[in-house]
Design a protein around this ligand. Sequence first.
Ligand code: 45D
Length: 169
Amino acid sequence: MAFTADSTQRIFAYSTQPTDAVASTVALFNSLSVDDQLAVLWYAYTEMGRSITPAATGAARLQLAEGLLNQIKQMSHAEQLQVMRDLAAKRNTPISRSYGVLSPNTKLAFWYELSELMVKGFVVPMPANYQLSRDGAQVLETLKQLDFGQQITVLRKVVTDMGVDPLAD
Ligand code: 45D
């Protein structure tokens, strides 16, 4: 489903309930370009990083994603970026399918770990001069205004939709 700038504004205009705030943030996120989706996730991580403890993401969860993360670590920066764009765009690739079988929280932990790997220099960094679109900046602003539980719900929904479910059709 495609959202125009107008239609997304209408979603916001009619969203007065807290649960609608989550739904409208997810809808607006999904209307962003793939690059803006990745950028918003990154900025969300940099803002939330301090509140998410590594213990909370669970070492056990990450074991399930470890093969995938190790594969990505071996790639060139260009390939790493392609993998992340493919996940966000739901392009059907072997990595998108491996990602697709992970549980929602493991998917979150996977993205969290990718961010950590970016910080440590193992994964392609965000360009310092990246220009987020107006809608992208709005998603980020809305996300910041939600409480922590709602933020996690939004993030869980958006990363759950990424990749490809190998068992679907
Ligand atoms: O050249 O299990 C662009 C709890 C432009 C507890 C780019 C939890 C072009 C239970 C595309 C921008 C609920 C707390 C380049 C878990 C260009 C539990 C690159 C929660 C280079 C898991 C962009 C965990 C790139 C939570 C590379 C809340 C962008 C985890 C990469 C939250 C962005 C994790 C990445 C978040 C973003 C991770 C990797 C927000 C990752 C964000």
